[in-house]
Design a binder for this molecule. Structure first.
Ligand SMILES: [Zn+2]
Length: 253
């Protein structure tokens, strides 16, 4: 079986310069790894995420690119694998020591986990769950400009799920907190790993119920209802936020 390697360094991934292709086994030598982890079998290739050591030099024709660049330049499957590799390598670096007794962790031999050799505590990778929702009011969609967005960029409302919250609870709370409105008829749309650094976005659609837009002024600087023919600048294709907006556009045409 082919092996495919996803080499991660400082949140960047090693790719071929000509076509953003991933390196095959022949390019990469095992002795350059600080650590590696098996990701699983995808498209008939056994995929590994690995962190190269300081001496590692980019092979001819290859370069480290920010993983987020792949949102625009590859399909969803490649973005998912590159993102997963980045996430797992960050997780390895961030769980170097046991949180309970402070000893240095080891990779578990069979599980995708870190294990403390002293007290036996296991640490598994986890994603932070976040909701993202397209709220529709008649023939318009709710889009908001977050203070962290580029100038003029608008997107659907998103937020992290709190401990003990259902997705529906989270959607109702986030939308009320950020823009002051109530929603109804929440429906599942799809999901996407968003490993920047460790989110898993769960997408929904919802209908407006009541209230007038009042931005929180903390996260959301401006929000409004937009019709298909007057959309502002929106996220690039490849993100679930864009898929939600595209769904709205397709639905309305
Ligand atoms: Zn321990």
């Amino acid at each position: 079986m082919n092996k495919r390697f996803y080499l991660i360094k400082d949140n960047k991934i090693l790719l071929q310069q000509k076509d953003y292709g991933f390196p095959e086994q022949s390019i990469i030598q095992p002795e350059i790894y600080i650590s590696q982890i098996e990701m699983g079998i995808f498209e008939n290739a056994l995929c590994w995420a690995a962190i190269p050591n300081e001496q590692f030099q980019e092979p001819q024709g290859f370069k480290f690119y920010p993983i987020k660049n792949l949102v625009r330049n590859t399909d969803r499957a490649d973005l998912k694998l590159a993102g997963l590799a980045g996430f797992l390598c960050n997780w390895i670096l961030n769980t170097k020591f046991c949180g309970k007794c402070g000893k240095e962790n080891e990779m578990h031999l069979t599980d995708k986990a870190r294990k403390c050799p002293d007290c036996g505590m296991m640490q598994y990778p986890h994603f932070s769950l976040a909701i993202i929702v397209a709220v529709i009011r008649e023939d318009k969609i709710l889009l908001a400009h977050n203070k962290n967005f580029a100038d003029g960029m608008y997107s659907t409302i998103a937020g992290f799920v709190d401990a003990g919250e259902t997705f529906e609870d989270c959607i109702e709370r986030e939308i009320l907190e950020e823009v002051g409105i109530k929603v109804k008829n929440i429906k599942y749309f799809g999901n996407q790993i968003w490993p920047f650094p460790d989110s898993h976005m769960i997408g929904f659609t919802a209908e407006y119920e009541s209230g007038e837009i009042q931005e929180d002024g903390i996260e959301i600087e401006h929000a409004d209802w937009f019709s298909v023919d007057k959309l502002p600048q929106i996220p690039a294709q490849g993100s679930i936020s864009r898929e939600l907006i595209d769904w709205f556009v397709g639905k309305r045409i």
